[in-house]
Design a protein around this ligand. Structure first.
Ligand SMILES: [Zn+2]
Length: 585
C-alpha cells in the first residue's frame, strides 16, 4: 500500500465533471419516461418489462451520483459543493421513491403477475423483487398524500439527520488543552495507559454537554417521523415495519433475543474477570471495556496489515486473497483519521461500476486490522452480488453482515492458532471485547431504542430522559459486569445508527449478523475450503429471498432458539477459557 486515501475518480473526475450533471439529467428524463409508461395503455407484459428496466437504470444512476457525493463528504464534512448537490440528490431520491411506489402500486393492481413473470426472462430474473413488491403494495401511503409526506420529510426527519451529521462531523473534544476530533479521542479507549483511557473518557463525556440539546431534538424528530410513517403505512409499530423491510419476522427476532438474554450471565462473567485482572472489585468501568490486557498489543503498519490479511485469506479462498490485495494496491481504502472525516468505518459498493470503497480510521491496533477485515468482507459480498441484477444486490440488514463477520472470525481464529500464550490471551480477550459489543451493547441499544419509541409516542424526550434511558438499558444488558459509577449515558449521541431516517433498530441485525456469521463459519470448519463455493453462492443469494429461506439454503434454521443457543455456546466456550486463564494469572 503506497497511497492511503481512496480514489473516487472511477465515479467522476470531480463534482464539476459534465458526466455528473449528465447523470442527474438522465435520472430526470427516465423518471418522466417511467411515469408516461405507467399511464400508457402498453400491453401488460411490455409495460412491466419496460418499468423493470427503467427502475434498474434509475437505481444505477442515482446511486452512482449519490455515493460520489456521500463519499466526498465522508472525508470532508464541510465540502460546500457536495453539500449543495446532496440537497438536490435527496430531492431526486424522493422523486425516485415516488416512482418506485407508483410501480409497486401498479404491481399490486396486476391480477396475472405470475403469468407475466413466467412469460419473460427479465421478469423471471427479478421474480423475488416483483413478488415482494406485491406484498409491499398493501403498505403504501395513500397516493394523494405520498409526495407531500416525503417532501415534508426533507424539512423534518431528513433535515434532522443531516444536522446530526454536521454536528458530529465537526464535533471537537478538549483534551490536554487541545481541540481534538471525536474519533481520535474515542480511539484512546484502546490505549495501554489506564490514565489516558480514563482522561479520554472524561473529556469525551464533558464534550457532549454542548451538543446534547440539538442531538436530543434530532433523535426525537427522526423517531417521531418513524412512528408517523409506520402508522400511515398500516404497521402496528416501527419494529414490525423494520422487520418486514428486513425480510425477517418476529419469530426469528424473538428466538434470537431469548437466547441472548439467557447468555447475558456468561458475558458478565467475562466482564468481571477482566475487571479483576485490571484490579477492580465492582465490575468494569466503561472506559476500560476496550482496555488491552497484554503488553504485547502488536502494532501494524498498513503494509503489515495488508500482508497479514492477504496471507490469511489466500489460504482459505485464493480469489478473496487476491481481491484484498487489490483493495490495498488500487486505492479502494481511505485509511487514516483526520479532522472533518467521519468516524468509525464503512464500506460502500456500487453495483454498476463493480467497485467498493472502504473508509476506516486506522491507528495501527489489531482491532483496526480486524475492522479492515470486516469492511473487506462487505466489499467481497458486493463482488459476489455482482452476479445478480441490481435490484437483488441489496441484502437486508440481517444478512448484510454475513461476510464481514466471517472475515473477522477467520482472521481471529487463524492468528490465535499459531500465537504464543501471551498473544493468544490478548487475541482471545480482543475477540470477547468485540463479541460483547455486538451481543451485549447491541442488546442495550435495542432496549434503548425501544424505550425512545415508547416515550416519543407521548412527548419529545429531553436529553436528561435520554441519558436515564441509556443508563437503564446499560443496566439491563451489562448488569453487574459494568461498574455502576462509570457508565456512558451519552452513547445515543455518538452512535450514528439511531439517526438513520429509513433504518430503525439498526442494532439487532448486528447481533443477528455475528451469530449467523458464526453459524456460517462453523459450516466452513465442518467442510473446509470445499465450502467456499457454497459460501460465495450464499453471499450472492442474500438479496434474493427472505432471511429464513436464505439461511435454510445452508442448513440453518433461524426461527429456532436452539440454533442461536448453539452459536452463543461457541462464545461461552471462549469465555470459560478466558476466565480460567485469568484465574491462573
Ligand atoms: Zn459491517
Amino acid at each position: 500500500m503506497t497511497e492511503t486515501t481512496w480514489d473516487l475518480s472511477v465515479f467522476y473526475e470531480s463534482l464539476q465533471d459534465p458526466a455528473f450533471r449528465r447523470d442527474i439529467e438522465e435520472i430526470h428524463e427516465r423518471l418522466s419516461e417511467g411515469h408516461a409508461l405507467l399511464a400508457s395503455d402498453t400491453a401488460p407484459l411490455g409495460q412491466l418489462e419496460g418499468l423493470t428496466r427503467l427502475l434498474e437504470t434509475l437505481v444505477n444512476k442515482l446511486y452512482k451520483a449519490f455515493s460520489y457525493c456521500n463519499l466526498t463528504l465522508a472525508t470532508d464534512a464541510q465540502n460546500d459543493v457536495a453539500l449543495k448537490y446532496m440537497d438536490e440528490l435527496s430531492q431526486l431520491m424522493v422523486d425516485v421513491e415516488v416512482f418506485q411506489s407508483a410501480f409497486t402500486r401498479h404491481i399490486g393492481s396486476l391480477e396475472n403477475l405470475e403469468d407475466l413473470i413466467a412469460a419473460s426472462p427479465l421478469l423471471t430474473e427479478n421474480a423475488f423483487i416483483l413478488r415482494e413488491a406485491r406484498e409491499q403494495a398493501a403498505h403504501l401511503l395513500p397516493e394523494s398524500m405520498e409526495k407531500w409526506m416525503l417532501r415534508m420529510s426533507l424539512s423534518g426527519g431528513d433535515a434532522f439527520s443531516k444536522l446530526r451529521d454536521q454536528l458530529m462531523g465537526t464535533h471537537l473534544v478538549e483534551l490536554d488543552g487541545k481541540q481534538q476530533p471525536l474519533p481520535a479521542v474515542r480511539g484512546m479507549a484502546y490505549d495501554p495507559d489506564p490514565q489516558v483511557r480514563k482522561m479520554a473518557y472524561e473529556a469525551e463525556l464533558a464534550s457532549y454537554a454542548k451538543v446534547e440539546l440539538p442531538m436530543a431534538f434530532c433523535l426525537a424528530g427522526i423517531k417521531g417521523e418513524a412512528l408517523t410513517m409506520a402508522e400511515a403505512k398500516g404497521y402496528p409499530d416501527p419494529l414490525t415495519r423494520q422487520l418486514a423491510e428486513s425480510r425477517m419476522d418476529h419469530e426469528t427476532l424473538q428466538a434470537m433475543l431469548t437466547a441472548i438474554q439467557e447468555a447475558l450471565p456468561d458475558f458478565r462473567r467475562y466482564l468481571r474477570a477482566k475487571a479483576r485482572l485490571l484490579g477492580y472489585q465492582d465490575g468494569l468501568p466503561f472506559y476500560d471495556l476496550f482496555a488491552p490486557v497484554t503488553k504485547a498489543g502488536a502494532r501494524y503498519t498498513p503494509q503489515q496489515a495488508q500482508k497479514l490479511l492477504v496471507d490469511v485469506f489466500t489460504k482459505v479462498h485464493p480469489k478473496l486473497g487476491t481481491f484484498i490485495d487489490q483493495a490495498f494496491e488500487n486505492r479502494w481504502i481511505d485509511l487514516y483519521p483526520k479532522e472533518g472525516k467521519e468516524g468509525g468505518a464503512f464500506c460502500a459498493g456500487n453495483h454498476e461500476l463493480k467497485i467498493s470503497r472502504i473508509l476506516s480510521n486506522f491507528v495501527g491496533s489489531f482491532s483496526d486490522v480486524s475492522t479492515l477485515a470486516h469492511e473487506l468482507g462487505h466489499a467481497w459480498h458486493n463482488r459476489c452480488l455482482e452476479s445478480v441484477g441490481v435490484l437483488m444486490a441489496d441484502p437486508p440488514m440481517a444478512l448484510a453482515e454475513t461476510a464481514s463477520i466471517f472475515n473477522e472470525t477467520l482472521l481471529n481464529h487463524t492468528i490465535r492458532q499459531s500465537a504464543d500464550d501471551e498473544t493468544a490471551f490478548g487475541l482471545l480477550e480482543g475477540n470477547l471485547q468485540e463479541t460483547t459489543q455486538v451481543v451485549v451493547d447491541i442488546y442495550s441499544r435495542y432496549l434503548f431504542e425501544s424505550a425512545v419509541f415508547e416515550a416519543r409516542k407521548t412527548h419529545i424526550p429531553s436529553a436528561r430522559e435520554l441519558k436515564d434511558m441509556m443508563l437503564d438499558a446499560q443496566e439491563k444488558a451489562y448488569g453487574d459486569g459494568l461498574d455502576k459509577e462509570f457508565r456512558h449515558p451519552w452513547m445515543w449521541v455518538c452512535k450514528p445508527h439511531y439517526y438513520s431516517l429509513n433504518q430503525h433498530f439498526y442494532n439487532f441485525p448486528y447481533a443477528f449478523g455475528l451469530l449467523f456469521g458464526l453459524g456460517v463459519f462453523a459450516k466452513y470448519q465442518e467442510q473446509g475450503n470445499a465450502f467456499m463455493p457454497r459460501y460465495d453462492a450464499l453471499l450472492a443469494a442474500c438479496g434474493s429471498g427472505k432471511v429464513a429461506d436464505v439461511a435454510a439454503s445452508v442448513g440453518i434454521d433461524v426461527r429456532s432458539t436452539d440454533y442461536w443457543r448453539s452459536a452463543l455456546s461457541v462464545i461461552r466456550g471462549e469465555i470459560d477459557q478466558f476466565v480460567a486463564m485469568v484465574e491462573k494469572r
